[in-house]
Design a protein around this ligand. Structure first.
Ligand code: AKG
Ligand code: FE2
Length: 275
């Protein structure tokens, strides 16, 4: 297995690996690469949906996302799709998946299925680097805070995603999501300290009003999205990205209007997170 960094703080490209047959020590090495680099990109994988599911099961449990269309034909696979006629995309703002769950998903395995002729890259940002860049004073203050996360404003009828491909799935759905997490968490495997708020799902600090929380949250959202903490994944047919939701944010670029893009996502079960 050969690893080469995608950027200074986040992302690694891995070659010399076929995921379909990966197990044992080689699988453990790939897991470590994901935990330490936040996201790993593997090229030329030619993974069938069945192999995608089997790989995810070898990694750990699968979280089936109740919000996404499962019209890929496999209930374990969420189809992340933008049609030619759509304007908004899924994941178009900086976020980390499932932070609104009290035990958030570990991460996802995203397989490129249909790509636009150009564009449609995915950006990742390092929450370890964002934490490290804080002053000692702000680190200290944030270490005493917890934040509330919800997805109700996004997934409920009339929410932001009603303009994406998820719309049909969401109609009439009564969903309420809420979790409270420390603002600074420790990575459950590496022990690295990480900033754990995100602009999509974190609404306020526990015990603070939203108005009081917003200025500081906005500062943290700006910090976390600085160019120097990012890497860019350019998809090719056969590309697969595996990311860690605790260690990174991600953003799907929405710069290919008029073209279709289809990705297959499997979300891997996580473990309790804490300070
Ligand atoms: O389509 C992408 O590149 C990523 C979309 C996203 O946010 C996700 O699958 O979690
Ligand atoms: Fe996402």
């Amino acid at each position: 297995m050969h690893q080469s960094p995608l950027a200074e703080h986040v992302g690694v490209e891995i070659t010399g690996v076929q995921m379909a047959s990966l197990e044992g020590e080689a699988l453990d090495a790939l897991k470590q690469a994901v935990y330490r680099n936040g996201v790993a990109v593997l090229r030329d994988q030619d993974l069938s949906p069945e192999q995608h599911i089997a790989f995810a099961k070898r990694w750990g449990g699968i979280d089936v996302n109740p919000f996404f269309p499962t019209n890929s034909g496999w209930p374990e696979i969420a189809e992340v799709r933008k049609a030619e006629s759509q304007k908004n995309n899924i994941g178009g703002g900086w976020h980390t998946d499932h932070s609104f769950d009290q035990v958030p998903a570990m991460g996802s395995i995203l397989v490129a299925r249909e790509l636009p002729p150009e564009g449609g890259d995915t950006l990742f940002s390092s929450m370890g680097a964002a934490y490290d860049a804080l002053s000692d004073g702000l680190k200290q203050t944030l270490s005493t805070l917890r934040a509330v996360h919800t997805a109700d404003h996004i997934y409920q009828p009339g929410g932001y995603y009603s303009q994406t491909d998820l719309a049909g799935e969401m109609t009439g759905q009564e969903l309420s999501t809420r979790a409270v997490h420390p603002v600074i968490i420790r990575h459950p495997v590496t022990g690295r300290k990480l900033l754990y708020v995100n602009g999509a799902f974190t609404t306020h600090f526990e015990g603070w009003t939203r108005a009081e929380s917003l200025p500081l949250l906005k500062y943290l959202y700006e910090l976390g999205s600085r160019d120097e903490f990012q890497c860019r994944v350019q998809w090719q047919p056969g590309s697969v990205a595996i990311w860690d939701n605790r260690a990174t944010w991600h953003l799907a670029m929405n710069d290919y209007h008029g073209h279709r893009r289809v990705m297959h996502r499997i979300t891997i079960t996580g473990e309790p997170i804490g300070a």
